[in-house]
Design a binder for this molecule. Structure first.
Ligand code: ZN
Length: 211
């Protein structure tokens, strides 16, 4: 079971890089496991990873494994602690998300698919140094009632019930960021009304219940 889950984490990390959302070793992925999480190791190329390279970390930072965990284990732990519905977390520096985040911009409801992250917008977390408790607090705040957020001068983070869902959500958010960025370059985005977004969120919820 652990080996299969560790391998799924590696496979998702490889798919993340293949999708173009992540460059080198800047991202990290985790999956909830036995009172903590399995997480990608710090500064290691995903291409050569084997299941034994994956590190287990509890929610207080106690590790089991032959490598150091990703430097961002702290906000992964905070999300698992505060969001019971999170079973897999993905963090990366996708170009379009990062461009908006470097302008301190989140993604407003310029397109109905913004609701894929759970609400009427996708927020941008305030900046704090990577790997700090402050960053962890800022990410948690930006994720309130949402499954994805941008991170100022940094990138994006999202979570879902499983690794495939987290990867799919990351791709959706990066696509929205790409379209929004193009709109900002040539004009002004028209934002859908709160009433319309309420209707979209309701429809998304009812589709989810059918699944
Ligand atoms: Zn990062």
């Amino acid at each position: 079971m652990t080996t299969a889950l560790r391998q799924q984490l590696i496979d998702t990390a490889l798919a993340l890089n293949a999708s173009g959302l992540n460059q080198g070793t800047s991202g990290n992925l985790s999956v909830r496991f036995e009172g903590g999480m399995l997480i990608t190791p710090a500064s290691m190329d995903y291409a050569g990873l084997t299941p034994d390279d994956i590190v287990w970390v509890d929610l207080d930072g106690n590790c089991k494994g032959r490598h150091r965990p990703s430097s961002e284990w702290q906000f992964h732990a905070a999300i698992y602690r505060h969001r019971a519905e999170a079973d897999a977390i993905l963090h990366a520096h996708p170009v379009n998300c990062t461009v908006l985040a470097c302008l301190g911009k989140g993604i407003p409801a310029f397109h109905y698919m913004v609701a894929v992250a759970g609400g009427k917008d996708i927020r941008c977390a305030d900046y704090a140094t990577f790997g700090t408790r402050e960053l962890s607090d800022n990410v948690l705040k930006a994720l309130e009632d949402r499954k994805a957020c941008l991170m100022a001068h940094h990138g994006m983070t999202c979570f879902d019930k499983g690794l495939p869902g987290a990867l799919a959500l990351a791709i959706e958010v990066e696509t929205l960021a790409a379209v929004y960025g193009r709109i900002l370059a040539i004009g002004e985005a028209e934002i859908l009304s709160d009433n319309e977004m309420d209707r979209v969120i309701e429809k998304f919820d009812s589709y989810r219940k059918q699944d």
